[in-house]
Design a protein around this ligand. Structure first.
Ligand code: NAD
Length: 486
């Protein structure tokens, strides 16, 4: 039985309630988890509040905090294999990815924010002014103080990476926190809590309340004891959280969904553009916020590109996420697969051409899981639901375009603005696209080449604020002016 982590100890939910989580590859139960509710959130917040208001953590030296985060990074790497297996099993993500990317990145997040606080510089201003009839020197210092108690809420698709992405900058800057992982994939976050304790994080600094969104997430974000909320998840939840946060005037950062445009120009390096576009769309079976789900290919190479692209997508192996050669694991749950299939069915009802039609595997062990092979649609219009809404599965909308100006307008005709991609040999074309696109991120000839110093986040309904690098440090701190007249 997996318990809540409150005040440095694993404890049952106050009412003893539990729920099961399932392996998306088989739909067999994996674990029984404590179902936290308002009373548990309250206990966790009392613990985080005490650790912040009275505990040593906000007053620890930079060296102490950085040292501890490096220790945590080391522990993540020591446990890398087990964590990568757990994450793969819990989220249905290919083990190759969790082992090569997610777990090393989780460790990097901790080590990165250790260095970031060591190197962070604070502003100081010097001037002269007249005060009470006398000329005085003025020295203004800015203290970068922790915000306080932070509510961190994470989605199911990359749980460990997301948890460290929020916990590391939050605690590096002296905050305490209560993290609410997704009810679908809480296991690696609970392991992370255990490793935090092993690394020497004082009791109450990191708390984890597992449970469902309305039961555990909603009371957490509404509680006045919380000073800041860092959320990653869906648009509807993000908006509800923003409303709750406004009522108690909390700082908020929201990382939400996307329908990102991926543009391939006539002059692109075809091989790189094909491989990059396949990765940008089908990694983790399209269950990635950054997925390039609207693919625009320029008329001059359209036929050549599409033929080779489809052959490449057809060759992707759908299979057991724990197996070395699987490219696409299962979708997270039977309900989520049905939701994705409903998008496909609706597009077909509208008469949309499917260049490739995904399906459930019918035989063998795969039939027990939530697998779905890739679908590639060529919608007639940009405003069809399949081309507008976030499907969050292996379903692509493919379009032809003629000019850069046209594709920028079409790419921007979206409620979302998270990421964008362009493949071209002409750097001026790439930069013009980067200037024109209304999205928080633009990769030219690349996909998710992520330097931890970069800002991460989106415009429009993809989010509010940014995380990453100094943007995370700014979010998790309050600048306090100390002005000295002498
Ligand atoms: P979700 O919004 O359903 O859940 C996210 C978290 O919020 C979970 O912990 C959930 O329990 C909690 N929650 C749900 N209802 C709540 C409520 N009323 N109050 C407070 N908390 C509540 O999202 P999901 O289905 O887990 O994740 C998929 C979504 O996340 C997709 O839309 C995807 O694009 C997005 N995502 C965005 C990024 C990004 O960085 N922009 C990264 C990964 C995923």
């Amino acid at each position: 039985m997996e318990k809540l982590f409150i005040g440095g100890a694993f404890v049952d939910a106050a009412d003893g309630a539990t729920f099961e989580t399932f392996d998306p590859a088989t739909n067999e139960p994996i674990a029984r988890i404590a179902a936290g509710k308002a009373e548990d959130v309250s206990r966790a917040l009392a613990s985080a509040r005490r650790a912040f208001d009275e505990g040593p953590w906000p007053r620890a030296t930079i060296k102490q905090r950085a040292g501890l985060l490096r220790k945590l990074a080391g522990l993540l790497l020591e446990n890398a294999d087990a964590l990568a297996r757990l994450e793969s099993r819990d989220a249905g993500k290919p083990f190759r990815e969790t082992a090569e990317r997610d777990v090393p990145r989780a460790a990097d997040n901790c080590a990165f924010f250790a260095s970031a606080i060591e190197q962070r510089e604070g502003p100081a201003f010097f001037d002269r002014c007249s005060f009470l009839g006398k000329e005085r020197e003025i020295a203004s210092l800015v203290r970068q103080e922790p915000v306080g108690v932070c509510a961190l809420l994470t989605p199911w698709n990359s749980p460990l990476m997301q948890a460290t992405w929020k916990i590391a900058p939050a605690i590096a800057t002296g905050n305490t926190c209560v993290l609410k992982p997704s009810e679908l994939t809480p296991l690696s976050t609970l392991k992370l809590a255990e490793l935090c304790s092993q690394a020497g994080v004082p009791d109450g600094v990191v708390n984890v309340v597992t449970g469902f969104g309305p039961d555990a997430g909603a009371p957490l974000v509404a509680d006045p004891r919380v000073n800041a909320i860092a959320f990653t998840g869906s648009e509807a939840t993000g908006i509800a959280i923003n409303v709750a946060a406004a009522k108690t005037l909390k700082k908020v950062t929201l990382e939400m969904g996307g329908k990102s445009a991926n543009v391939v120009c006539d002059d692109a390096d075809l091989e790189t553009a094909i491989e990059g576009s396949v990765l940008a769309m089908f990694r983790h079976s399209g269950q990635v916020c950054l997925a390039g789900t609207r693919l625009y290919v320029q008329a001059g190479i359209f036929d050549r590109f599409v033929e080779r692209y489809l052959a490449r997508v057809n060759a992707l192996r759908v299979g057991d996420p724990q197996a070395k050669d699987s490219d696409l694991g299962p979708l997270i749950s039977p309900q989520h697969r049905e939701r994705v299939e409903a998008f496909v069915a609706r597009a077909e009802e509208e008469g949309t051409t499917a260049l490739l039609r995904g399906s459930r595997p019918e035989n063998g062990v795969l039939a027990r899981g939530n697998y779905l092979s890739p679908t590639v649609f060529a919608p007639e219009r940009d405003d069809q639901a399949i081309a507008r809404e976030e499907v969050f599965g292996p379903v692509l909308s493919l379009f032809r375009f003629k000019s850069l100006a046209e594709v920028i307008l079409r790419a921007n005709d979206s409620r979302y603005g998270l990421s964008s991609y362009i493949w071209t040999r002409d750097i001026a074309t790439g930069l013009r696209f980067a200037e024109g696109i209304r999205a928080g991120m633009c990769w030219i000839n690349g996909y998710f080449l992520r330097d931890l110093r970069q800002p991460f986040g989106g415009m429009k309904y993809s989010g509010l604020g940014r995380e990453g690098g100094r943007w995370s440090l700014d979010f998790f701190t309050e600048p306090k002016l100390v002005c000295i007249a002498y």
